[in-house]
Ligand binder design. Structure first.
Ligand code: 2NL
Length: 362
């Protein structure tokens, strides 16, 4: 026969939760000893059952209660032991907070905005989803114009409510068209942002960054363009010995159109901007396109081209970042690899300044 006092003292003396669980199974489990007594009640005569029923039921109830109480005691003791062991040493240095970095494209965009702000330019922005009028037609590129095909445009399947074809802007020029229409002359703006062309290889990504500039005022001429670009490139590259070479070119939206090269030399496998491209050990590198705004474009912007003139320019920001900070593969810009970013990125706490980066070697 079961010695119930011993069952209770075994439960109360269990040293661990595992030992307690073993006792629970031994007495109250499916094949447990108290469970066995309960099963035996079924085979008893009514008299026997009346006598033994309350006794066995009491065993079951009291054993359960003892196990619950012991479990509670053991768990509390385990928690107390853990709390005593896990003290916090407040004198230890705090673990470093994972911190992002500013992407070189964002850094260069900020630097460009700062340089041009010093020259009196405001920053203008606009939609990346455009219609073909703002992206092409207003820029002196009518529907059949071959330059439209040159842009490898991403088109949307549906036209907008005005029946215009919709597309991802291929340059930020539509921002300047919108600014001309909205604010009128005079204008002094830069339009930085993402642009899209269906192009992909080592030097082209389908999305890239551009910054365009537009000045509209009275009596604006090529001299203003050249001075502005020179001042900009000197400030951006933080060097006084920047030499420009202006070459005639063609863009539908400017007349005349001018491509601008800068002199550079190769030092330790890196291109370093500065000096004349004709000097020994130097060469020329194209950095931007520009020109006097075509009178048709000024008119499309709702401004009288007989009264107002202007110049404009367009620069690839990604290429400019590569040049200033020494990255050699454009595709890595948009891979999203944090190792690349921690190598080339800039502290998020930095105030964007011209001298914030590694700069060009002296
Ligand atoms: C390039 C050439 C250029 C412009 C962009 C422009 C904008 C308006 C009117 C006239 Cl609203 N021109 N933009 C002008 C000349 C060149 O970009 O090679 N960019 C990377």
């Amino acid at each position: 026969m079961l010695d119930f006092d011993q069952v209770i003292s075994a439960i109360e003396g269990a040293e661990t939760l595992e030992a307690l669980e073993a006792l629970r199974i031994q007495y109250l489990g499916k094949a447990g000893e108290i469970t066995g007594l309960m099963k035996r009640l079924g085979g008893m005569s009514p008299e026997e059952r009346r006598e033994m029923g309350p006794l066995f039921n009491g065993y079951q109830r009291d054993a359960n209660a003892a196990i619950t109480a012991r479990k509670d005691t053991l768990e509390t003791a385990a928690l107390d032991a853990r709390l005593a062991a896990e003290t916090i040493d407040l004198s230890l240095p705090a673990p470093a907070t994972p911190c992002g970095a500013v992407h070189p494209v964002s850094q260069v965009m900020d630097e460009l905005a700062e340089v041009f702000a010093d020259l009196g330019f405001a920053v203008a922005t606009g939609p990346e989803i455009e219609d073909d009028w703002h992206n092409f037609t207003a820029l002196n590129m009518p529907e059949s114009h071959p330059a439209r095909a040159m842009h490898d445009t991403f088109y949307f399947p549906d036209r907008n409510d005005d029946g215009r074809e919709m597309l991802l802007r291929t340059h930020t020029s539509p921002v300047q068209i919108r600014s001309m229409i909205q604010q009128g002359a005079p204008i002094r703006i830069i339009a930085p942002g993402r642009v899209y062309r269906s192009d992909s290889d080592a030097t082209h990504t389908p999305m890239f960054h551009q910054i365009e500039g537009l000045v509209i005022d009275k009596g604006i001429h090529l001299g203003h363009l050249k001075w502005t670009l020179e001042a900009f490139l000197k400030a951006f590259f933080e060097r006084d010995d920047i030499v420009l070479r202006l070459r005639p070119s063609y863009f539908p939206f400017t007349e005349p159109s001018i491509e601008v090269d800068v002199g550079y030399s190769s030092q330790g496998g890196r291109r370093v901007v500065g000096g004349s491209g004709d000097a020994p050990g130097h060469a020329w590198m194209e950095v931007l396109g520009s020109g006097m705004v075509n009178r048709h474009v000024i008119a499309a912007g709702g401004i009288d081209p007989d009264e107002w003139q202007g110049f404009a320019f367009g620069i690839g920001v990604d290429r400019l970042a590569m040049l200033k900070y020494g990255m050699d593969d454009l595709r890595a810009f948009f891979d999203g690899d944090v190792r690349w970013l921690s190598h080339y990125g800039f502290s998020a706490l930095d105030v964007p300044t011209l001298s914030g980066g590694v700069g060009t070697p002296a």
